[in-house]
Design a protein around this ligand. Structure first.
Ligand code: PLP
Length: 551
């Protein structure tokens, strides 16, 4: 007979649900096996279609009726319930998936993310993070030097997303423009200047920093989705002349939807010359939002001429075009890097890098607090980070992939993705019914429009984007592309085609109408030429279906 009081009975059984603090091989087996069963269960949900299980209707009404139960559940049952929550998810790494900039995490990075989940280091200080804190310093040094920073002077910290890397950049920039703001609060307006193609995170940051979203000044972009340097010059000058403070200038190094890369070098030159011309008492902060493009830095010392990895000429040209721009990264005051985008780790793994660790001093919580990094040889990031508790998972996952790939591995992976994207572009450009709309951008993403028979795609796409009289045609073709998308999607979910995506407003026409485009984002290392063919076949099939209706 069990004489324990009831609470002890619960406690004893719950103890089995924790990893054992003292080595217990039998219990380790239980732990691992529990995880294995979840993996097994997930594996049985895989198929030729790039979706786990079935995409069921999402029932938020039922979800809102959820309440905590009175009795505990067995670990096995909890695990089953959790696995069910993954059903319907896209398998981003599936060869039939070309959806978005969401990577398929490597096994190494999953282990990197998992280990801290078990032993719970906290990056707030070295007491609580030990060598996991060292991992953060190692990754920062590796990436800083890869991007051309002086690794001995630079510093890095992992934070809650690419948005937060921008937040850090703008925060440091605001303090530089309006010294004392962290103490007194904002006393004068300050603007954030970025391209109209920059991520909406710029607005988020302006909002949360208290600058206000209206203080984001967007600069027109070229047809290649890069900031226009002439307009940037004019606008920066205008803001300076108007006496407004510049909290930050953001260079977008790889736009989310089109892989446009700003000319950071030119932006820096413009900034420096205007600082001189107007004898500004401060140098406006230049932040590189490289959350997507940073990874291309692995090519900065790749011999494009001899091309030892044997990429196709078209691939080499594409890589060289992007790499040339990335070589300017070291001219930025700070850089945002997402491993969970082009670094193949799980969410969240975002690194904020600053060119000089001393800049972090303005973030310390109290004026008399010890400054920045490695004070007394110790590491206390909690003194200047926005977060208090910080997970070690992001840093460990990033370290895992840097070790796993090395430069050559990274180059081969990215080179393959670009090769696949270039194959797709080649085909889309060669066909009379399709047109690539981000022509000048050389990354893994292709935006394109499909047209019905009888449309001359050499001239019409330009005309409908610039002649207001053709608005009805433009709208009809927007609808046409939406329908093509729906049909291609159906094919893909049957395991025949490829899942791509649709963007409702790739950009606006010169007369202010949204232009819809189809989007192929190739990020799966398992993509092969046959899946490029599959995208095209699926599009031709969809055109056939719509032929009657659209002519
Ligand atoms: C995704 C993205 C962001 C935001 O990053 P999160 O990690 O999603 O917070 C910022 N800038 C660009 C260019 C992005 O693509």
């Amino acid at each position: 007979m069990n004489l324990d009081p009831p609470y002890l009975q619960y406690l004893k059984s719950l103890r089995q649900a924790f990893p054992q603090p003292v080595s217990d091989r039998v219990h380790d087996a239980y732990f691992v096996f529990s995880f294995l069963r979840a993996l097994d269960h997930l594996d049985s949900m895989k198929s030729a279609s790039p979706v786990l299980g079935q995409p069921a209707r999402l029932d938020y009404t039922a979800a809102r009726e959820a309440r905590i139960a009175s009795e505990p559940l067995l670990l096995e049952e909890v695990s089953n319930r959790l696995v069910e929550h993954l059903s319907g998810l896209f398998i981003w790494g599936h060869p039939r998936a070309q959806i978005n900039v969401v990577p398929h995490p490597t096994i190494a990075s999953i282990i990197g993310g998992l280990l801290p989940s078990i032993y719970n280091p906290n990056l707030v200080s070295e007491e609580s993070s030990r060598r996991v804190g060292i991992a953060e310093v190692e990754v920062s040094a590796m990436v800083a030097s890869l991007l051309g920073y002086d690794a001995a002077k630079a510093a890095g910290l992992f934070t809650f997303g690419g948005t937060a890397t921008l937040l850090y950049g703008a925060k440091l920039g605001l303090e530089r423009a309006s010294p004392g703001t962290s103490l007194t609060g904002i006393t004068e307006p300050a603007v954030v200047i970025c391209s109209e193609r920059a991520h909406y995170a710029c607005h988020t940051v302006a909002n949360w920093l208290g600058l206000g979203r209206d203080q984001v000044v967007t600069v027109p972009a070229t047809v290649d989705n890069e900031i226009r340097i002439d307009e940037f010059t004019r606008i920066l000058k205008r803001e300076i002349v108007a006496g407004r403070k510049i909290a930050a200038i953001v260079a977008t190094m790889g736009t989310t939807d089109h892989f446009g890369v700003d000319d950071l070098h030119a932006m820096r030159q413009v900034r420096d010359s205007l600082v001189k011309e107007f004898a500004l008492p401060y140098t406006p902060w230049l932040h590189a939002d490289a959350v997507i493009g940073w990874a291309w830095s692995v090519f900065s010392d790749y011999p494009m001429q001899t091309n030892p990895l044997g990429f196709r000429p078209r691939t080499v040209r594409a890589l060289a075009g992007v790499t040339r721009r990335m070589q300017a990264l070291s001219e930025a005051d700070s850089i945002g890097i997402d491993f969970h985008k082009t670094g193949f780790t799980p969410y969240v793994s975002s690194l904020f890098l600053v060119h000089d660790a001393a800049e972090l001093q303005t973030l310390t919580r109290a004026q008399d607090e010890t400054p920045y990094l490695f004070h007394d040889g110790h590491y206390h990031p909690g003194k200047y980070t926005l977060e208090t508790s910080r997970s070690g998972s992001g840093a460990m996952a990033a370290l895992a992939n840097l070790l796993l790939f090395g430069k050559e591995g990274f180059r081969s992976l990215l080179g393959h993705l670009v090769t696949m994207a270039e194959l797709l572009r080649e085909q889309l450009e060669g066909h009379s019914a399709t047109t690539v709309v981000n022509r000048g951008n050389f990354g893994p993403v292709t935006l394109f429009r499909v047209y019905p028979d009888g449309i001359d795609t050499f001239s019409f796409p330009i005309r409908e984007q610039t002649e207001a009289g053709l608005v009805d045609d433009l709208r009809r073709h927007n609808e046409y592309n939406r329908r093509i998308y729906g049909l291609v999607q159906q094919d893909a979910l049957r395991g025949e085609g490829v899942v791509i995506s649709l963007t409702d407003c790739y950009r606006e026409t010169t007369y202010g109408e949204p232009i819809v485009a189809l989007k192929s984002y190739i990020l799966s290392p398992f993509c092969e030429e046959q899946y490029i063919e599959a995208v095209l076949e699926s599009i031709w099939k969809a055109r056939g279906v719509l032929a009657e209706e659209f002519g």
